[in-house]
Design a protein around this ligand. Structure first.
Ligand code: OOG
Ligand code: NI
Length: 411
């Protein structure tokens, strides 16, 4: 289904345009909040221009330069199934649908969340603007992290907050119902949605935050504050090794490695990411005696990524079990072995289908690089049951499996 950008007759702003505006508006916000992000975007654009100049049309096989230049992924974290369902309505208005189930509690450095990614699923929509948001939900009843008292306090704290104003949620529902918003409503929607993800000036309860932080930094970032915020916003780059060099040259300390497959002469697969820790940001704290003081928190960061071809389940199993070395050297071999998704263009040439999702090990690495404490996990305690079916119920809308989406694009 294609949505008109802005129908001249009705003046309606469709989902595609809402998504593009929302991504741009968040980018402007994040640039004012985390200035190094602006540097990252500038360096990414310079690297992309150089790759395009050096390689010509070949550089655009994994997406047009317009798509890649506008391309961002964000990350947000919420505390309750109700909050997640509200997020789903806001992203739904922008034509972003939940895809995939990630259980970060199973990572090497476990984080008490389960996650999905909201993104367009239709190839034309992905080409127009592939904005995606990795969205994590705290698992408050997982005893390996939270004792019964902490769980009860978390539930009470989270039930008392409102992340999104009713006006925003009503506009989101209206946008989905009438497949767009009037020009005025669209402006309001983008303004309210962006403001919902800004860092809040509301004082943080020091004792409560510290208690959660001793268990998990991510738990504190979610359940220790009264609002949510964009945790990072990631541009896409066509040569991440070159990006890493240029950022380091500019004096920005990157994490020690690029996550994902190492650089090889083989076709690029899946996703490679790297990041830097943002500076500590000033935040107000309420001390146990009731006084409010200025302090700082270091919860946000910068990240950049390069994307390759999507792997089939067989290709993914090979990657997870044996690494990139086990892969063939050329695209026709990857295709013929059924390891990656391609489609044929009108001339019969293979065109790669871009990987649009995330990698649990990379995500866990990104979470970990951003944590101030290792936290405390008691593996002997009971895990809370969470799976894709549970998440779909919480979302109150269909949760897509990524593989059939890639298979449909390849056909
Ligand atoms: C999400 C981390 C996952 C990625 O790129 O893998 C992620 C978070 O820190 O909330 O964004
Ligand atoms: Ni990320």
């Amino acid at each position: 289904m294609s949505h008109p950008v802005e129908d001249d007759r009705t003046g309606m702003v469709g989902a595609t345009e809402l998504r593009a505006r929302f991504a741009r508006s968040l980018s402007t916000l994040y640039g004012t909040e985390v200035p190094a992000y602006t540097t990252l975007v500038e360096v990414s654009e310079a690297v992309n221009a150089d790759v395009l100049a050096a390689m010509g049309p070949e550089a655009e096989r994994l997406g047009s330069i317009e798509r890649v230049t506008a391309e961002r992924h964000g990350a947000i974290r919420v505390g309750t199934p109700d909050e997640l369902a509200q997020v789903a309505r806001i992203f739904g208005a922008c034509g972003m649908h939940p895809v995939g189930f990630y259980d970060l509690r199973e990572a090497d450095r476990p984080v008490p969340v389960v996650s999905t990614a909201f993104r367009p699923v239709d190839p034309a929509e992905l080409a127009a603007n592939p904005f995606r948001v990795f969205t994590s939900l705290l698992v408050v009843d997982d005893r390996r992290f939270f004792d019964a008292t902490t769980q009860a306090r978390l539930e009470e704290f989270l039930a008392a907050r409102r992340l999104f104003p009713d006006e925003l949620l009503d506009l989101a529902d209206l946008a989905e119902k009438q497949e767009g918003l009037s020009s005025y409503d669209a402006g309001r929607f983008v303004e309210l949605a962006t403001a919902s993800f800004a860092l809040s000036p509301e004082p943080v309860d020091r004792a409560w935050y510290d208690h959660l932080e001793s268990i998990s930094s991510v738990a504190a970032d979610i359940g220790g504050v009264t609002s949510t915020h964009i945790n990072h916003l990631t541009p896409r780059v066509l040569d991440i090794d070159e990006l890493y060099r240029r950022m380091t040259e500019r004096g920005i300390t990157m994490i020690d490695r690029i996550q994902g497959p190492p650089r090889t002469s083989k076709p690029d697969v899946l996703l490679r990411q790297t990041s830097f820790r943002a500076l500590a940001e000033p935040r107000a704290f309420r001390e146990p005696d009731g006084s409010v003081v200025q302090g700082e928190l270091r919860v946000r960061f910068g990240e950049v990524e390069a994307r390759g071809v999507a792997l089939t389940p067989e290709g993914r199993a090979l990657y997870d079990e044996r690494g990139i070395d086990a892969f063939p050297d050329t695209e026709p071999e990857l295709h013929d072995a059924g390891l990656a998704y391609y489609r044929r263009d009108d001339d019969g040439r293979l065109q790669p289908i871009v990987y649009e999702d995330f990698l649990p090990t990379s995500a866990a690495g990104i979470f970990a690089s951003n944590l101030t404490s290792d936290g405390a996990v008691d593996a002997r305690q009971r895990a809370a049951a969470r799976d894709a079916a549970w998440l779909q119920d919480a979302l109150a809308r269909p949760l897509h499996d990524p593989y059939p989406l890639y298979a449909a694009q390849a056909d």
